[in-house]
Design a protein around this ligand. Sequence first.
Ligand SMILES: [Zn+2]
Ligand SMILES: [Zn+2]
Length: 235
Amino acid sequence: MMIFYFSPHQDDELLNLGAAICRDIDAGHQVFCVLCTDGGASGARRLLGDGGVCHWHGGRHAYPMDVPAFSAVRDREFTESCRRMGLPDDHILLPDDRAGDGQLTEDHALRLMRQAVSRFPVEQVAVKTLVEVTWRHQNPDHTAVARAALRLYREGGCASLTEYLETILYPAPEELPVMETILPTPAQRQRLLNAAEIYCRWQPEEERFAVGFHSVADEFIAFREEQISRVLTVR
Ligand SMILES: [Zn+2]
Ligand SMILES: [Zn+2]
């Protein structure tokens, strides 16, 4: 199968989908990972450009970046994270027409999805991404991706759709039990931790600003302990 993972932002592919991606790669599937936004709205941009005290570094930063520069730093983290999970470069997709962070609509996400899968026969295409969450506040870009994936599936644009529950929205209500908890093997765990290290790498002189960790430190700390993907539905 050609398995397409759609990641709303740089880091979702790892924190929420990483264990599943590694397992699919190891099962011999052709796995692709598509980034749907530029990730430009993270509070880390202001923090790095002296928007406040960084509690991690115990002081202020002075690395001002405009959105395109900041986004490029994040794209590098995403690309290297995907490589470390085991994706080949030509399966790591950062479409030119992806949305601005926080501005992804369902239609836009659907367009990106149709575009990504169009090279392959529908019966060979499996789509995997986050599930729409209604019981708690969900990042709107995540909701857009989830809804678009469902539309793609319903319009016959893919053979199957697997929806994952993002870690910070776990647990789901009792009536929506997690269908499968994907735990990495020891070797996969090492790849996932190596990928996480990219998002936490602080080497400003190399333009590595640990944007992932500056954005969602708690999630990375939790991920170092436990690298789980949770399947909520398979259609
Ligand atoms: Zn996200
Ligand atoms: Zn810092």
